[in-house]
Ligand binder design. Structure first.
Ligand code: GDD
Ligand code: MG
Length: 360
């Protein structure tokens, strides 16, 4: 298998974190735009041609990734006029594929960080003789995902996208967002109209007796749908828990990018990333967090599991825990922002303005 389709479209708002100027697939995770990790992993598995299916903002991807040659890939972009849904997006790029009808094509959602063994999925596909093979993972609460029950041989018996009722929750196996399709199956998706691969194509194929094979794999898997998950994913890349050949530097407790200044007694831990030209002042502690380019963490600040946007400033002794600070925002000294706090790009919080109380 040498070809892949990467799905990076859909409703624009969901792809843009509220507090960042950058669309989500391009927000740096472990120092590079998130999509770089997916592209590099595909390359490492033998993929050399990738078609990026987008419904907006191709102009953001193309200037950065270009023709893909920096990653050893041949990369093409196809932009939908109106979002075509996951299945429609796949069908819409069919003319760019070079594979013959019986050949496998890798398809993946653009918002997943995973250690999936891509070659094992392709092997499963070949040995089972399936029309489509799906990477499945197990989660505690499957309601936000596509449920995929399988029989004893791993053959898919149903596909239930976003189950609503308790009776529909028949398994903890979910669609992990990576597939191998036989090229000929892609050509059967109707062209020129929105199609959901999850709600229409998979159930339709099953009804027609097609062979869908599931491969349950308990490797690292994270849906980066929320900023909190994004921060976790970035830290896990740095820590080496989420394997990616695109992490710039050795895996460890921290990643400090070029031109960043970190005071000798500042403590960086838990997979923290300090972006290019950012500054961490004396006595500050940053744990499990992403501090983007040019941001400043002032003396004695305590930043945990948080995202600090490009050029933002965190005042002295301020505590952040599970917070997202937008690009260019300024949080004054002696503030406390916890669990879910979101500061808009460019907003200004005065000194000693917010604290959290444990009183009832
Ligand atoms: N080009 C294009 N056009 N891409 C799209 C479109 C579209 O109209 N709609 C969605 N996508 C892309 C998204 O950018 C994302 O990378 C992927 O398709 C999945 O869409 P999401 O909107 O993120 O879906 P989801 O997270 O609710 O559910 C999907 O992912 C789950 C795993 O995280 C489904 O595939 C579930 O079955 C799955 O469990
Ligand atoms: Mg998603």
């Amino acid at each position: 298998m040498t070809e892949a389709i990467l799905l990076v479209g859909g409703k624009g708002t969901r792809l843009r974190p509220l507090t960042m100027n950058t669309p989500k697939p391009m927000v740096p995770a472990a120092g590079v735009p998130f999509l770089t990790h997916q592209l590099a992993r595909a390359r490492a598995a033998g993929v050399d041609h990738v078609v990026m299916a987008t419904s907006y903002l191709a102009e953001v991807f193309e200037p950065h990734f270009g023709d893909g040659s920096d990653l050893g890939l041949h990369l093409e972009y196809v932009t939908e006029v109106e979002p075509l849904g996951t299945g429609g997006a796949i069908r819409n790029v069919a003319s760019r594929l070079r594979s013959a009808p019986g050949e496998p094509v890798l398809i993946f959602n653009g918002d997943i960080l995973t250690g999936l063994d891509i070659e094992a999925l392709v092997d499963t596909h070949r040995t089972s003789g399936a029309d489509v093979s799906l990477h499945l993972t197990r989660v505690e609460d499957p309601r936000a995902f596509g449920l995929v029950p399988t029989d004893a041989t791993g053959r898919v018996t149903a596909f239930l996208e976003k189950p609503q009722t308790p009776e529909e929750i028949v398994t903890d196996q979910i669609n992990a967002g990576a597939y191998v399709f036989n090229r000929s199956v892609i050509d059967t998706i109707p062209a020129g109209r929105p199609v959901s691969v999850e709600r229409e194509t998979f159930p339709g194929l099953l009804a027609d007796g097609a062979h869908l094979q599931g491969m349950v794999d308990s490797t690292y898997w994270l849906d980066l749908g929320t900023p909190q998950a994004f921060v976790r994913g970035s830290a896990d890349l740095v820590l080496g828990r989420a394997p990616s050949p695109a992490v710039p530097g050795r895996c460890g407790d921290r990643l400090v990018l070029d031109g960043a200044e970190v005071a000798p007694d500042a403590k960086l831990s838990g997979g923290t990333v300090i972006g290019a030209g950012a500054r961490v002042e004396p006595g500050a502690r940053v744990d499990g967090s992403t501090v983007l380019d040019g941001a400043v963490v002032e003396a004695g600040a305590d930043v945990r599991d948080s995202l600090v946007g490009a050029g933002a400033r965190i005042g002295a002794r301020t505590v952040l825990d599970g917070a997202v600070i937008g690009d260019g925002a300024v949080v004054g000294a002696d503030n406390e922002l916890r669990g879910g706090a979101r500061i808009w790009c460019g907003a200004r919080i005065p000194d000693a303005a917010i604290r959290f109380s444990s009183d009832q």
